[in-house]
Design a protein around this ligand. Structure first.
Ligand code: HEM
Length: 383
């Protein structure tokens, strides 16, 4: 009872106030403004067959304040005119990129399509792939362990890598390590590190690593080309490679399958990891650095280069995880080859028998660089 009395009182007061405002407006000579629910304005407007095709001006006449046509046009990637020269500002007239469908994205404007490819595919599946391969390597090490030499060392050494080859490889490997660590933090740090160390520290970490990435990239590019030129000669397919692959190199058996200076597994690493993925990773990185002359750097150029860069380099890290494992923990004496340049005859015979035979037969010199190479006493070299 009391409640309805109060409501009635409010209604009367409200009407009186509104009457006062209207009276004042009329007195001032201005047309009376009537408030209205936008949903109630010409409700039949949307029933017009040409409703969806209306321009913003046409829509304003039937539904004042409804700017949907304008925003739909902006979102569709329409390019307007701009007085800025195309060479300096190629996308000045375009706010939102046109629609596109990248592999793995929906048909949507290019920025959103790129975001979908990165966040829905490259990051989750790339990250999972890295973890799976890391786990597989760990299991392999647990079950098989380090592949040891079966026979004792002879003490006679064969030169496997010249100081030039080792320097090129080491610089390249160092640049790769910086790129891989900084790249992985940029890709996955937001999910794995940021929640642990917080935004301030992670901001600094990402900033430092991003700059390290930019400096290590060109060093990797130059040394990659040197590595390719240096090692390509001994990585061409040879007789016996197919047999090596079909038998998995005999790595799990008592004897490895005979191979030349590099076995078929190493050749796959060379052609897939170093040559194809390395060059694609470097080329896309140089585009991202805007270092490739003659290219028009638009947002789509960067999006495509970024997707190629992330995909190819994730695969490259996968390939090199296997390479690094076999070159360190996985094979006794392999790291020695790269750090000193020399291997024992036993190692050469057990891992690369055809190469060993060539050296023994004098077809390949046992000593290719100057005596006294870094890390190896000259007396042993001549043994
Ligand atoms: C960062 C860690 C790395 C380590 C510990 C490592 C270790 C090694 C070792 C021990 C060898 C000698 C294998 C043998 O004697 O047969 C080797 C060979 C080789 N490495 Fe690496 N490496 C690394 C990174 C890289 C990178 C980043 C590249 C190139 C992108 C690379 C390219 C090569 C090539 C071309 C060979 C000669 C074998 C072949 O042609 O397949 N390595 N590495």
């Amino acid at each position: 009872m009391l409640r309805s009395f109060v409501s009635a009182l409010c209604l009367v007061a409200g009407l009186a106030a509104q009457g006062l405002v209207l009276a004042q407006t009329a007195a001032a000579g201005a047309p009376a403004v009537q408030s209205a629910n936008i949903m109630d304005v010409q409700p039949e407007a949307s029933a017009d067959p040409g409703y969806a095709k209306q321009s913003n001006g046409e829509r304003a006449k039937v539904q004042p304040g409804n700017n949907a046509p304008m925003w739909r046009q902006v979102g569709s990637g329409v390019t307007g005119t701009s007085s800025l020269p195309k060479s300096e500002a190629p996308e000045a007239g375009n706010l939102i990129q046109p629609f596109v469908q990248y592999p793995g994205s929906r048909l949507t404007n290019a920025g959103e399509a790129w975001r979908q490819v990165r966040n829905n595919w490259l990051i989750p599946y790339g990250g999972s792939f890295l973890l799976i391969v890391l786990g597989a390597i760990a299991v392999f090490y647990w079950r098989v362990g380090t592949i040891k030499m079966h026979e004792p060392r002879t003490g006679r050494l064969i030169e496997r890598f010249t100081p030039f080859e080792r320097s090129a490889h080491m610089l390249n490997a160092a640049a790769f390590t910086v790129l891989a660590i900084s790249g992985l933090v940029m890709a996955f740090g937001k999910y794995l590190i940021l929640p642990v160390i917080g935004t301030t520290l992670f901001g600094w970490l990402a900033y430092v690593l991003k700059n390290a990435h930019n400096f290590a990239g060109p060093l990797f590019a130059v040394t990659l080309v040197v590595v390719i030129v240096t090692f390509i000669k001994d990585n061409f397919p040879a007789k016996g490679d197919l047999n090596w692959i079909l038998k998995g190199g005999g790595m799990l058996g008592p004897h490895e399958i005979k191979s030349g200076r590099f076995n078929a597994g190493e050749k796959v690493v060379f052609w897939v990891g170093v040559f194809v993925l390395g060059l694609v990773g470097v080329a896309s990185g140089l585009v991202l650095d805007k270092l490739v002359p003659g290219l028009t750097y638009e947002r789509s150029t960067m999006q495509i280069a970024h997707m190629v860069h992330l995909a190819s380099n994730t695969l490259m890290v996968v390939v090199f995880m296997g390479h690094i494992y076999l070159g360190t923990l996985g094979t006794e004496g392999a790291l020695e080859a790269m750090s000193t340049g020399y291997v024992d005859e036993t190692w050469a015979k057990e891992h690369h028998e055809l190469w060993y035979d060539d050296v023994k037969a004098g077809r390949v010199p046992a000593k290719r660089a100057d005596v006294g190479s870094v890390g190896v006493p000259p007396s042993i070299v001549q043994a």
